[in-house]
Design a protein around this ligand. Structure first.
Ligand code: PMV
Length: 325
């Protein structure tokens, strides 16, 4: 009744922002992402009849806020497996949590795989993706391999992620510039709730299915320029939504703008790279693998940049042999 799983974080090329069902975490649009091989969560779950309540330790610390969300997730697994025991959960991230680096994506994907196995369930990839989605929407995309599409769906069973291409499909690197920041001020859950009143949101949604098809086409053709331009425009559109929500959300810090400008300058100088930014100040820079070192060198000494991590596309969530406890 003990199992461990690892799961990658993922970065969305087309973003999930807005829910048509909050409880089920059904998105208002489909999204596309790639898994990242250096931003990994490892989670061990052990169901234990001696425990009086669930115990949750994340990066060595107990947190009430995280515990509640994890317990809700364990309740879903207990319901599916008809198991009544409480569980001990320990989780380690290879990167800072809750700063817009998709720790909830890798966290809930690893938790879904480890808890299902520990409870003796044998779930398909689709079922694991649905289970992860109920914990945190973008987590459903960290279950399948490589380049992934989250199919929007219209109920819980039809909203899950599938692999479009394996991680080895395209020689891209995702250079993540981690900006010095405290925990983010507005969670993505709250940010997404503020979108409802945004007058620009219906305009965004109208063009969404066309946008998803065009992006998929650029991946199929490995047309890096077209792909990069669309990914950048989509990131700016997501932040335009955040800026123009009823209570404006500004996820960027000064270093975020410096990074954007540096990437634009790099391109003018012939180094082709494109940025995307999730609900936080950090910047993910996508380039051809042959250019990753040059990109890394350009970003690492910028003021306000704490760390730069070069990622490759990665496999999805997996069971692991070594437990954390
Ligand atoms: O899964 P959540 O609730 O953390 O939302 C993720 C939202 C974005 O990262 C901004 C976009 C995305 O598709 O990952």
């Amino acid at each position: 009744m003990k199992a461990t799983a690892t799961a990658p974080s993922n970065i969305a090329f087309i973003k999930y922002w807005g829910k048509k069902d909050k409880d089920l975490r059904l998105p208002t649009n489909g999204s596309i992402s790639v898994n990242l091989d250096k931003l990994i969560t490892t989670t061990t779950v052990a169901f234990d009849q001696e425990l009086r309540q669930d115990e949750v330790i994340i990066n060595g610390k107990q947190s009430d806020k995280d515990s509640q969300r994890v317990t809700k997730h364990l309740d879903r697994v207990r319901k599916l497996s008809k198991l009544l025991f409480k569980a001990r959960v320990e989780s380690q991230n290879s990167f800072p949590t809750e700063g817009g680096l998709a720790s909830s994506a890798s966290g809930f994907a690893a938790l879904a795989v480890a808890s299902a196995k520990a409870a003796g369930l044998s779930l398909s990839e689709k079922e694991l993706s649905i289970l992860a989605r109920l914990g945190s929407g973008s987590a459903c995309r960290s279950i399948p391999d490589g380049f992934v599409e989250w199919l929007e769906g219209d109920d819980s069973d039809s909203s899950y992620a599938v692999s479009l291409y394996p991680h080895s499909y395209w020689d891209l690197s995702i250079v993540v510039a981690i900006v010095e920041a405290k925990e983010k001020e507005v969670s993505s859950t709250e940010g997404q709730e503020r979108i409802d009143s945004n007058p620009f949101f219906p305009v965004r949604l109208r063009k969404m299915s066309q946008k998803i098809s065009a992006l998929k086409q650029s991946i199929e053709n490995k047309d890096f320029t077209r792909f990069g331009e669309m990914v950048e425009a989509e990131a700016l559109e997501l932040h335009a939504m955040a800026f123009t929500s009823k209570h404006a959300i500004i996820y960027w810090l000064p270093a975020t703008i410096s990074l954007i400008r540096t990437i634009q300058t790099m391109r003018k100088q012939g180094l082709e790279a494109y940025f995307t930014i999730d609900a936080g100040p950090h910047v993910h820079v996508i380039c051809r693998t042959q250019d990753e070192k040059r990109v890394f060198e350009r970003l690492k000494f910028l003021e306000g940049v704490q760390d730069v991590v070069i990622n490759k596309p990665a496999v999805g969530a997996r069971l692991a042999k070594e437990h954390l406890f």
